[in-house]
Design a protein around this ligand. Structure first.
Ligand code: APR
Length: 307
C-alpha cells in the first residue's frame, strides 16, 4: 500500500514544524513547497537526515515547483506573513489574501480531490477565500484555529486546577481573533464542566488569556508568531482526515444555516473524516454564548467584506 501524501505550502515556522510532525508520526509522505528557493529543499533534506535517528520511513521532499505537489490527499496552507508585536491577525489581510489566493490557484489542479487545511491568517477569511478560489465543495476546505485556541484554553485550565492536561477537553468557538468564544459549559475535566470546578472570576481570567493566547507569544518572540502549538493542532486535523477517524474537533467550517449563520466560514465543532467535514455539531448554547458567537461572526463578516 502506498503512503498518503500531504503537501505543506510555506516552509516557514508553522509549515516546517507541521511537516516535521507529520513525518515523525509517519502519517504520510510530505511535499514541502515555498516560494523561496532552497528553503524547502534544505529543510526537507535536514529532516530526512533525522530519519535514521528518529526511526521513521516517511519521506519528505522540498520544492518550488507545484508539479511535485500532484495527487496530494491533504494540502496544508501556511504561506504568508506572520504578525509582529502590535499587529492583529487582521492586519495581515491584504498581503496574505494575495499570497493564499495565488497558491490555491497553483495547487488545486494537480490535486483535485484533496482536502485543504488552511492555517494562514486571518484564518476565517483566508479559509473562505481558499474555498472560493479552489472551486472545491465546502466540506473539503477547512481552517485550523479552534483546535489551537482550545488547546491553549486546555493548558490554562489544567494549570489553574493543577490537574492532568490529559483529562481536559476545551471548547472555543467563533472566529480566530479577539472575539473568539471560549465555552466553559462544554469545557470539561473528564466530563465535569469547569463551571463546577473553578470560580467564575478564574474562568473569566482564563477566557481572556485564551483570547490573547497568540498575542502573548508574539510579544515574547518579537520577530514572528507561534508555531509549536499551531503545527501540533494542524497535524491533529490532518491525522483525523488521513485516518478517517471521525474525531470531533473545533474547526473553521462553512456554515450553511447552522448557528443561524449562512454562507460564512467560522469556528464550530466538526466531525472530521477522509472527505473533510462529515458534519457540523450544533451545541446548545446559552443566550450569552450565542450573543458572543454572533458578535464573532459579525467580526469575521466585516473583515471578509474588506477583501
Ligand atoms: N508561496 C509559497 N510560500 C510562500 C509564499 C508564496 N506565494 N509567500 C510566502 N511564502 C512562505 C514564506 O517564504 C515563508 O517561508 O511562507 C512562509 C511563512 O513562514 P513564516 O514567515 O515563518 O511564518 P509562519 O510563522 O510559518 O506563519 C505562517 O501561519 O499561523 C499563521 O499567522 C501565521 O499567516 C501566518 C502563517
Amino acid at each position: 500500500m502506498s503512503r498518503k501524501k500531504v503537501t505543506v505550502i510555506g516552509a516557514g515556522n508553522v509549515g516546517g514544524t507541521s511537516a516535521q510532525r507529520l513525518i515523525e508520526k509517519q502519517l504520510a509522505d510530505v511535499c514541502l513547497i515555498d516560494i523561496v528557493e532552497g528553503l524547502p529543499q534544505g529543510k526537507a533534506l535536514d529532516m530526512m537526515q533525522s530519519a535514521a535517528t528518529e526511526g521513521f520511513d516517511s519521506h519528505i521532499v522540498g520544492t518550488n515547483d507545484y508539479k511535485d505537489t500532484a495527487n496530494s490527499d491533504v494540502i496544508v496552507i501556511t504561506a504568508g506573513i506572520a504578525r509582529k508585536p502590535g499587529m492583529s491577525r487582521d492586519d495581515l489581510l491584504s498581503t496574505n489574501a494575495a499570497i493564499v489566493g495565488g497558491v490555491v490557484e497553483q495547487v488545486v489542479g494537480g490535486s483535485p480531490n484533496a482536502v485543504i487545511v488552511v492555517v494562514s491568517n486571518p484564518l476565517d477569511v483566508m479559509t473562505q477565500l481558499t474555498w472560493k478560489k479552489s472551486g472545491f465543495p465546502a466540506h473539503r476546505v477547512i481552517g485550523m484555529a479552534g483546535v489551537l485556541d482550545s488547546s491553549r484554553y486546555a493548558m490554562f485550565i489544567s494549570e489553574a486546577l493543577g490537574c492532568s492536561i490529559k483529562d481536559v477537553r476545551a471548547t472555543v468557538l467563533g472566529g480566530h481573533g479577539d472575539t473568539m468564544v471560549p465555552v466553559p459549559q462544554y469545557s470539561t475535566v473528564n466530563g465535569i464542566a469547569i463551571t463546577e470546578l473553578l470560580p467564575k472570576e478564574k474562568i473569566e481570567e482564563i477566557n481572556e488569556r485564551t483570547k490573547n493566547g497568540g498575542a502573548e507569544i508574539v510579544k515574547h518572540l518579537k520577530t514572528g508568531s507561534a508555531y509549536y502549538a499551531p503545527s501540533a493542532s494542524t497535524v491533529a486535523m490532518v491525522e483525523a482526515i488521513l485516518l478517517d477517524s471521525g474525531r470531533i474537533l473545533p474547526c473553521c467550517a462553512y456554515l450553511d444555516g447552522q448557528y443561524g449563520v449562512k454562507g460564512l466560514y467560522c469556528g464550530v465543532p466538526v466531525e472530521l473524516g477522509a472527505k473533510g467535514v462529515r458534519r457540523i455539531i450544533e451545541l446548545d448554547l446559552n443566550a450569552k454564548e450565542l450573543a458572543d458567537l454572533q458578535n464573532s461572526v459579525n467580526a469575521v463578516k466585516e473583515l471578509a467584506g474588506k477583501l
